[in-house]
Design a protein around this ligand. Structure first.
Ligand SMILES: Cc1cc2nc3c(=O)[nH]c(=O)nc-3n(C[C@H](O)[C@H](O)[C@H](O)COP(=O)(O)O)c2cc1C
Length: 130
């Protein structure tokens, strides 16, 4: 899982795909943070992406870096504990200009039943489950 977090952080941006009825939706994301042994992402409840995740928590993310790409497919679970939100904000101080742990908007999700697959044109894919 540390390798997945590092890849996402090093890539700087990854693309998060959600399901919206029968329409896939995708957008750039940047947050990736391990807290209590789980991989978290952050968003805001007011966003469409949040509504889509609550309606259908199965998501996939994809990032590309240095000839290698990573896909993480799994189910997102909201962690509504203040300490989970605060840990994310502590890891991303720039977010604190827009979000706070008690603003009623900030939310964090962790990956459950996740499969991360590292691929490249030159090596066999490697998968990790967490
Ligand atoms: C590089 C980059 C990183 C971003 N990271 C996040 C993020 O971690 N969480 C988030 O909620 N929005 C993030 N955004 C903003 C979302 O992409 C944007 O709010 C998007 O419109 C949300 O999707 P939606 O319109 O389907 O709700 C990021 C944008 C960029 C350009």
């Amino acid at each position: 899982m540390q390798r997945v977090e590092k890849f996402l952080k090093d890539a700087g941006v990854y693309y998060l795909a959600t399901v919206d009825g029968d329409q896939p939706r995708v957008r750039p994301f940047g947050t990736a943070h391990i807290f209590e042994g789980r991989l978290y992402i952050q968003t805001g409840k007011i966003k469409e992406v949040s509504k889509q995740i609550h309606a259908n928590p199965k998501v996939e993310v994809c990032a590309f870096l240095n000839g290698e790409w990573l896909r993480v497919a799994g189910t997102l679970v909201e962690d509504d504990r203040r300490e989970a939100r605060q840990s994310m904000l502590d890891a991303y101080p720039d977010l604190q200009a827009m979000y706070s742990a008690d603003d009623g908007n900030t939310e964090v999700f962790y990956f459950k039943d996740a499969t991360a697959t590292f691929s490249s044109f030159t090596k066999e894919p490697e998968s990790i489950s967490f």
